[in-house]
Write a protein that binds this ligand. Structure first.
Ligand code: GTP
Ligand code: MG
Length: 193
């Protein structure tokens, strides 16, 4: 996918602030620090349009990135980060749930899982919850540059099994460091937009 134009189009914490356009949207979900913002940057070939951090809890709002006037990627706060006050986590939870369940032009959710580890209980809850709402899910296993290539298939199998992956959901190995998986991810996302 050739990227010709990107903008941080909107920042929202409530529905009134969502973009008024009807562009299809793809949301990024996953635990804090898994690499959601880095995924966006790699997909759009920008070093740091989406703010990233070694500290979990960086993304705190719904951030809509408009790409080629064709699609919005929506960066979402991560889950499973205990250091954020419970009241704030509850607020984020409500904001995310409302967006994921009510947004009409949301076409699919990219669920990011750290390829190095077994999916966490929160990862499984999120996947089951998305299935419950009949949301198409694209599973992206991040940070594959951190594991030896000879072990990739094993890690992929563990993620598939632990999540109970549906046949129709794709699982893509990805690295924001090397760009591995970028073309595949675009090809899959394009099916939904
Ligand atoms: P929150 O906004 O806190 O929910 O985190 P996030 O999921 O947006 O993670 P972010 O993109 O900020 O990345 C977290 C850390 O992981 C940063 O230090 C990134 O540089 C690093 N990282 C992300 N993706 C990769 C990857 O594919 N490979 C490697 N080696 N590091 C990565
Ligand atoms: Mg982030």
């Amino acid at each position: 996918m050739k990227i010709t134009k990107v903008d941080l189009a909107h920042i929202a914490v409530k529905p009134e602030q969502y973009p008024k356009t009807f562009l299809p949207e793809i949301a990024l979900a996953g635990r804090s620090n898994v690499g959601k913002s880095s995924f966006i940057n790699k997909m759009i070939n920008r070093k740091s349009l989406a703010r990233t951090s070694g500290q979990p809890g960086k993304t705190q709002t719904l951030n809509f990135y408009e790409i080629n006037e064709k699609v919005h990627f929506v960066d979402v706060p991560g889950y499973g980060f205990a250091k954020v006050a419970k009241s704030v986590r509850d607020q984020w939870g409500k904001m995310i749930e409302q967006f994921l369940t009510e947004r009409e032009q949301l076409k699919a959710v990219v669920l990011l899982i750290d390829s190095r580890h077994k999916p966490s209980a929160d990862d499984k809850l999120m996947y089951d919850w998305l299935i419950h709402f009949e949301m198409p899910v694209i599973i992206v296993a991040t940070k594959c540059d951190k594991i030896a290539k000879s072990k990739w298939q094993k890690h992929v199998n563990v993620i598939k099994e632990e999540l109970g992956k549906r046949e129709e959901d794709e699982l893509i190995l990805f690295s924001s460091e090397t760009g591995y998986g970028r073309e595949t991810a675009w090809r899959v996302i394009q099916r939904y937009i």
